[in-house]
Design a binder for this molecule. Structure first.
Ligand SMILES: *Cc1c(COP(=O)(O)O)cnc(C)c1O
Length: 378
């Protein structure tokens, strides 16, 4: 019995009728660009993030790009971020001619280590991009303190973390200057293609992003700014309006699956023998609720590459997020970083794997995954 990394068929099948209905409605209306479906989604997602405004865009990458454009990030500016994330986080900085400056991660959460930020702040620093990696909220308190001290903007990369909460109950996208979400199909809230959203509580930035989304024009054909086409498709917004109502339930199931993996790996003896190190979700102080929404369930393992090959052989879905940290990527060679500059990111890139954690994953499938890992270590 194989277990896929993600099972979109199982995810969408129960929603087929509801989704087909809204697709038909959009088709009947023949109104495919922006409109009430997009506005409604923007309001709902902003509220979900405990923020004021949402701007539906083409992808998570474009949400980040639009956020940086709205903040006026330009050549000569520096933006501090993590070297351990999906490429878009740093790619957008360079696309605007600015320089990404990296700080290493905390090895227990894989998120940016806030203690390292102030060491790299210069007079050119304009913003910080914390990433809530794998669905776990970054340590926003000290990040916001540094930002305040140096008058920096914060762009939260919450592509993997919609609804994830900080210790105090505040949600991702509701803490920084602008928060960015992705609706790529593998994210916790995914559409039927590409989509994303920028979220903010600043009315001026919201307006600026709305204008930049349509080539900087307001009114139409009168261009105040140089923007682009960053519009979220109406059809995707309609689907997301259906799916958003189910998001809390899916998150709960991901969290239950994570707890079950924890129990299964503990029982297997692999944790005790230190073959496998479980993710360390930081619990909210006031209760037992996670503030990790497990877009990915990532383990540190012994003999990583051999284990990956073995899992693939046994048809267990597995992925490495991410095998090469930004500072060692060929395209960022000109930044002058070297191997050894960010040891925790490099170690994470060599030691971690992601296992299936999607909401529809069954108990039997999880037991199968753990038993194959156990068989590998003998
Ligand atoms: C997926 C992702 C993005 C980009 O989102 P797209 O919708 O694929 O453009 C950016 N940052 C992180 C951390 C992501 O996981």
């Amino acid at each position: 019995m194989g277990v896929p990394l993600l099972d979109l068929k199982a995810h969408h099948e129960p929603l087929q009728q509801e989704i087909m209905l809204v697709l038909e409605q959009v088709f009947k209306s023949q109104a495919f660009i922006l409109g009430p479906d997009v506005s409604r989604l923007e309001e709902r997602v902003a509220a979900y993030c405990h923020a004021q405004y949402g701007i539906g865009v083409t992808s998570g990458t474009d949400a980040l790009l639009l956020a940086l454009m709205a903040l006026g990030i330009s050549p000569g500016d520096e933006v501090i971020t993590t070297p351990y994330s999906f490429f878009a986080t740093a790619g957008v900085v360079v696309r605007l001619g600015a320089k990404p400056v990296f700080v290493d991660i905390d090895p227990t959460t894989y998120n940016m280590d806030p203690a390292k930020i102030s060491q790299v702040v210069t007079t050119k620093t304009k913003a910080i991009i914390p990433v809530h990696l794998y669905g776990q909220c970054a340590d926003m308190g000290p990040i916001m303190d540094v930002a305040k001290q140096h008058n920096l903007s914060i762009i939260e990369d919450a592509a993997q973390a919609i609804g994830s909460e900080y210790r105090d109950g505040r949600r991702t996208c509701g803490m920084g200057t602008i928060g960015c979400l992705s609706f790529f199909p593998s994210k916790n809230l995914g559409c039927l293609g590409d989509g994303g959203m920028a979220v903010t509580s600043d009315p001026e930035l919201a307006e600026r992003m709305r204008i930049l989304r349509v080539h900087g024009s307001k009114p139409k054909y009168y261009h105040k700014l140089i923007g682009g086409n960053f519009r979220l498709d109406t059809i995707q917004a309609a689907v997301l309006n259906v799916k958003l109502s189910y998001l809390d339930g899916w998150t709960r199931r991901r969290q239950e699956n994570a707890i079950r993996y924890g129990e299964l790996f503990e029982c297997s003896g692999l944790v005790h023998k230190e073959r496998v190190r479980l993710p360390i979700p930081v619990y909210r102080q006031s209760g037992t609720r996670h503030y990790h929404i497990y877009n990915q369930f990532v383990l540190r393992v012994d003999r990583r590459d051999s284990l990956v090959a073995y899992l693939k052989q046994n048809e267990i879905g597995v992925e490495i997020y991410y095998p090469v940290p930004f500072h060692l990527q060929e395209c960022f060679g000109y930044l002058g970083y070297r191997e050894g500059d960010f040891p925790e990111s490099e170690r994470a890139a060599k030691e971690t794997i992601a296992l299936p954690i999607y909401p529809e994953l069954t108990m039997e499938q999880q037991a199968e995954v753990v038993s194959v890992v156990k068989a590998f270590y003998g």
